[in-house]
Design a protein around this ligand. Structure first.
Ligand code: SF4
Length: 64
């Protein structure tokens, strides 16, 4: 699975980086971005799923 963020939805709430710091961080304006390259490990995927359900803007996607 790979993580992505829809930048048109992201409002810079930072839940992604808080719950999955090995998958996401935030840019200089506070908007989320994906730092993990390639397929997520099981641990990254678990954290990314928590981030996905926590993002109030539903900006995070996990795709095969
Ligand atoms: S949690 Fe959602 S809204 Fe907040 S920075 Fe991450 S992707 Fe953007």
């Amino acid at each position: 699975m790979k993580a992505s963020i829809d930048s048109s939805r992201c409002e810079g709430r930072k839940y992604c980086a808080r719950f999955a710091p090995s998958v996401f961080d935030v840019d200089e304006w506070g908007y989320g971005r994906v730092t993990a390259t390639g397929d997520l490990t099981d641990a990254q995927l678990a954290d990314a799923q928590t981030a996905l359900t926590s993002c109030p803007e539903q900006a995070i996607s996990l795709t095969p």
